[in-house]
Design a protein around this ligand. Structure first.
Ligand code: HPA
Length: 274
């Protein structure tokens, strides 16, 4: 098995570029809570994942499964409305295929957004956390397999996955808007079951501020391809065991809906500034 099929990636990229007629410079994966951005996309063109050669479609409620091409704050962007998760049963090659396709289309800067459970007890539901680093708790890695050398190195460095330059810009936008953001380490767990309270205590001891089921595989391949990555997480709920109540996908979606318009403005200004 090879860890990326360059023929498939090029074919998908060519299909999309032929459909839209421009090369996007910024790519954005929109997680739960982040879909408000779509309102700001000028001359938006939607393309179903299902129509894209070799691409799988998302099965999760709240994840649409469409590419969105257009302009935001004068920048040419491609957004993923809905992403693929490992827990849906896809291979990590399938999960990260769209990131490879974005790079092939010309995307240099990648904004990865998600929803997470807050492990850090100083956070509140609805807080935005800039991701400064991550912990991969799945023991799975999208680069497993014979290496496709055209995509990047066999043993890519992960010292600085999340671009300092983009983090600084995101901090500055937060200051300028008077929209406070937190910062911290995101831990990727497989899901789809939520964590147990014991797992959340473990996550905290290991240095996590938030836990979630996405983003890290995309960040690993993007870093391998030398993209500049900005990671942003919406802490939709306190992680398991912090409050005396069960977790639910409904709570995640309710918080996501509540913060959507604030996050929309913030993301717009970040895109404008990068
Ligand atoms: N755990 C894992 N993933 C999540 C959570 C959580 O508490 N909330 C939103 N995504």
């Amino acid at each position: 098995m090879i860890n990326a099929n360059i023929g498939d990636i090029r074919q998908a990229s060519k299909y999309l570029l032929d459909e839209i007629g421009f090369r996007p410079e910024i790519g954005i994966a929109l997680g739960s809570g982040w879909g408000g951005l779509l309102v700001d996309v000028k001359d938006a063109k939607y393309i179903d994942y299902a129509k894209t050669p070799h691409m799988k479609r998302s099965t999760v409620q709240g994840h649409a499964g469409k590419w969105v091409f257009g302009e935001v704050a004068g920048k040419k962007i491609v957004a993923m409305s809905g992403r693929l998760h490992f827990y849906e049963g896809y291979s990590l090659q399938d999960v990260t295929f769209p990131i490879r396709v974005m790079k092939e289309m010309g995307v240099q800067k990648l904004i990865l957004t998600n929803a997470s459970g807050a492990v850090n007890t100083s956070f509140n539901p609805g807080d935005l956390m800039l991701i400064t680093d991550h912990i991969n708790m799945t023991c799975a890695n999208p680069l497993v397999g014979a290496n496709c050398d055209e995509m990047g190195e066999r043993f890519p460095d992960m010292t600085r996955v999340y671009s300092r330059e983009l983090l600084d810009i995101a901090r500055k936008v937060s200051d300028e808007m008077n929209f406070p953001v937190k910062e911290g380490v995101y831990m990727w767990l497989l899901g789809p079951s939520y964590e147990t309270p014991a797992e959340i205590r473990m996550a905290r001891i290991l240095g996590a501020d938030a836990v979630g089921m996405s983003t890290v595989p995309e960040a690993i391949v993007a870093k391998q391809m030398k993209m500049k990555i900005l990671g942003m997480s919406c802490a939709t709920n306190m992680a398991a065991g912090i409050l005396d109540q069960p977790l639910s996908h409904k709570e995640v979606l309710d918080t996501a809906r509540r913060i959507e318009s604030d996050y929309r403005k913030y993301l717009y200004n970040v895109i404008k500034a990068i």
